[in-house]
Design a binder for this molecule. Structure first.
Ligand SMILES: Cc1cc2nc3c(=O)[nH]c(=O)nc-3n(C[C@H](O)[C@H](O)[C@H](O)COP(=O)(O)OP(=O)(O)OC[C@H]3O[C@@H](n4cnc5c(N)ncnc54)[C@H](O)[C@@H]3O)c2cc1C
Length: 493
């Protein structure tokens, strides 16, 4: 993108959404992770603790975003816990949707009372749907059908953290860490700019995409926000039906090297969260990316929805993703645990980091408690789903679309065929793919039937993975489908 075009986008946005938004975008656009060091890191790491050193805490968590979920659960089970954040702990500038089952761990773990969780749900949909430009509309029930009040959730978790004795360090950025045999030293900066350090049995790096360990190979730049004034009505693609969630919708082909995708989920009465996003290789991140995407959001919004759209709150950011076709983010020491976006263990196809964290914070908390009791490092406690190594290749296909003019509609055509098949497999399979719960066998069946209709899917996988990668992927799919426990159970049944 030329400097001139970047300035034009920034001026356009400044006029529509104000200077503050443009400044925040500029900061994010300039913060391209190198995979080698955080934005704030010490030139010399702190000295690693030696055996027997005093520990201030059992668990120190760097990053008080959604990962704050862990802290009160650990403290309620008797651990000494501290959370450090460069900003305010429990502040969130996002809107979230998820499926009903994903909310259950919030009360099942004892984190929040069930009534509190119920009150966090802003809206429930009759169904959701996906629609690809020029194709059909494919409805699904029970997937991403709950709009959640993200701010109220994190405020409630913060209150619970305070009540259970978690030490909260707002505006204390973590600037380095060093692991010893039985503890980790964590260096941080105070709001006054002084450096200091604490020692913990386990260090949880939950700094999201800003973590120096966040080495995922994909990203999902996402822009949008909460809007009022959209025209409402049923059975009209250009109107919002407040009882329906729009999960994935395209209104055009591949432009500017990206397949842009819309999402719309109605929240409070009269309000709808709208997002425009794309899949991208992390290595292609360029200064000005989010600003460009936001400008496109406003340019193309009238094609997607009618009405007098007014932005109540902007939300935007990069969601990291890991294709599983290359080594992913890992911790270099068993006492340093990656959690949340820093670990990128969520689905590379749906990028539903919120849902994944709701499903995993309970098991991860269990692993941390056991590790502290046993005096060991927990290693990588986030449960991994085998299907991700298969869906990751498809995410790469989405992230590197063909750019030849004659291929402009190729992804829409392919995705329309895929979703028609998926819909044909029944609501349960469709719902499970969106919820990241589809077992390998059903996934292979779905991929196989799609490829019979659209054999060009092989070309696409071949193009992005190369001959060796494509062969490994195909072999992996076949073996997993044959030998997965679900396959055995299905065969027995
Ligand atoms: C616009 C947008 C919309 C989304 N919508 C959905 C959705 O609808 N459904 C869904 O499933 N997922 C959604 N996601 C994904 C989901 O929000 C993330 O997966 C989730 O927030 C990750 O939580 P986290 O705690 O790992 O990271 P974050 O929530 O990003 O928190 C990271 C924290 O680390 C802090 N930090 C950074 N550097 C330092 C430092 N040096 N020291 C101390 N603290 C530091 C930051 O201040 C921040 O508080 C969305 C993401 C975006 C960007």
């Amino acid at each position: 993108m030329t400097m001139q075009a970047a300035h034009r986008d920034a001026d356009f946005l400044r006029e529509i959404a104000g200077p503050e938004l443009v400044e925040r975008l500029k900061f994010l656009d300039a913060s391209i992770p190198t995979g080698a060091a955080g934005f704030l890191s010490l030139p010399v790491p702190p000295a690693a603790p030696v055996r027997g050193d005093h520990c201030d805490f059992d668990v120190v968590i760097a990053g008080g975003g959604l990962s704050l979920l862990l802290a009160p659960v650990l403290a309620a089970r008797g651990l000494r816990v501290a959370v450090f954040d460069r900003g305010h702990i429990g502040a969130v500038h996002r809107e979230w949707n998820c499926s009903a089952e994903e909310l259950a761990p919030l009360w099942e773990t004892g984190l929040l009372p069930r009534e509190t969780v119920d009150a966090l749900v802003l809206n429930r949909y009759r169904h959701g749907f996906c629609r690809w430009h020029g194709g059909g509309t494919y409805p699904v029930t029970g997937a991403l059908d709950h709009a959640v009040d993200a701010s109220a959730l994190l405020e409630a978790v913060r209150s619970r953290a305070e009540a259970t004795g978690v030490r909260l360090y707002d505006r204390h950025p973590v600037i380095g860490d060093a692991a010893g045999p039985d503890a980790v030293r964590v260096a941080f900066q105070t709001p006054e700019g002084a450096s200091s350090a604490v020692t913990a049995r386990i260090f949880v790096d939950a700094r999201g995409s800003a973590s120096p360990r966040a080495r995922a190979d994909l990203t999902c730049p996402t822009v949008g926000g909460v809007f009022t004034g959209l025209a409402e009505g049923a059975d009209d693609p250009q109107r919002i039906d407040p009882t329906v969630g729009e999960i994935l919708v395209t209104t055009e082909g591949i432009v500017e090297g990206r397949q842009h995708i819309w999402e719309a989920f109605p929240g409070r009465r009269g309000e709808t969260t709208l997002y425009l996003f794309a899949y991208e290789p992390m290595a292609s991140r360029r200064p000005g990316d989010l600003t460009r995407l936001y400008a496109r959001f406003f340019e193309r919004l009238p094609d997607y929805k009618r009405g007098d759209a007014r932005m109540v709150r902007p939300t935007f950011g990069h969601i990291p993703g890991w294709s599983r076709q290359v080594p992913g983010p890992v911790s270099e020491h068993p006492r340093i645990v990656l959690f949340g976006d820093a670990a990128a263990r969520h689905s590379p196809l749906t990028f539903c980091g919120f849902g994944k964290m709701l499903r995993s914070f309970g098991p991860v908390a269990d692993a941390l408690v056991h590790a502290v009791w046993k005096g060991v490092g927990p290693g990588d406690p986030t449960p991994e789903e085998p299907i991700h190594s298969l869906t990751g290749a498809l995410a790469l296909v989405m992230a590197r679309p063909p750019t030849a003019p004659e291929s402009v509609d190729s992804l829409n055509t392919l995705l329309d065929a895929a979703f028609r098949r998926l819909h044909g497999l029944g609501d349960a399979a469709y719902r499970d793919l969106i919820r990241d719960r589809l077992d390998v066998r059903r996934f292979v069946k779905f991929a196989w039937s799609t490829s019979r209709e659209r054999p060009e899917v092989y070309d696409a996988v071949f193009r992005v993975l190369g001959p060796m990668g494509a062969a490994r992927w195909g072999l992996g799919a076949a073996t997993r489908a044959l030998f997965s426990p679900t396959a055995a159970a299905a065969d027995a049944g």
